[in-house]
Design a protein around this ligand. Sequence first.
Ligand code: CP
Length: 314
Amino acid sequence: MENRSLVTIAEHSREKILYLLEMAKQFEQQPNRNLLNGKVVATLFFEPSTRTRLSFETAANRLGARVIGFSDPKATSSSKGETLKDTIMMVSNYADIIVMRHHLEGAARYASEVTNVPIVNAGDGTNQHPSQTMLDLYSIYKTQGTLEDLNICLVGDLKYGRTVHSLLMAMRHFNPTFYFIAPEELKMPEEYKLYCKEHGIKYIEQTDFSEEVINKADILYMTRVQRERFTDMMEYERVKNVYILKAKMLENTRENLRILHPLPRVNEIAYDVDETPQAYYFQQAHNGLFAREAILCDVLGITLEDIIKDNERQ
Ligand code: CP
């Protein structure tokens, strides 16, 4: 049987991304449907989460599925030494989809190789966060009217931030120009810069986060410095507040500029930015519901055509 797991966004073609965005649009028009009636969605969160877990669970509930899972691995038998393989094999006995967040890079790939139940990667260490990317793309498409030819500034922790790694891979289909803005300690890793070179993605790398670069952007994608990934807390203290976006820095931006952030934020976006027309991060998180409804349906083989037929039944 074909395994329809979503492990990395790099596996999705341009056509598949646009197709999933169209599905998300359908779900935004009508989020409540019975397309997953009788299905069970397992959410296995070995790392903390607010948005990803709750929006996947909301998506499952709105589609008529039932949800099992955990948000604290200490309350599971993994705390007694059960391996990830055994946990996945057990949960595969109960669920039709497994949505998993794990601290190890490659954990989602590994899980997808030990079960035929589709795995949805809800974040694996510093590696990938493909469902976040689908909601980021949906947010970019909604606010810009296109995914093509955009100037995208990625700001902050480009080393450990998995959302920026997934986003740049997905954008390879749409001719972006990226500005990688990070301190030396948190620069975009070489493997992703190599990926850009291999796929003809234009990027400019700099440490300076100024109005000059903000004013060139269509999308300003702020990120949190990922405290939980640091082994040296002194280094975290040195870089944690390196960039703070303030409303006064947004006076001469392009009219279409929108500020995204995967959230949670810590200090990198001042609260006065929330009131500006450029702030879009809370709507972005809302878009996660629709993008994740699309992902849950897609991994179970429910098509856009099925959704359009369902519109006629509504
Ligand atoms: N964006 C994101 O992954 O948020 P959570 O960690 O709250 O799920």
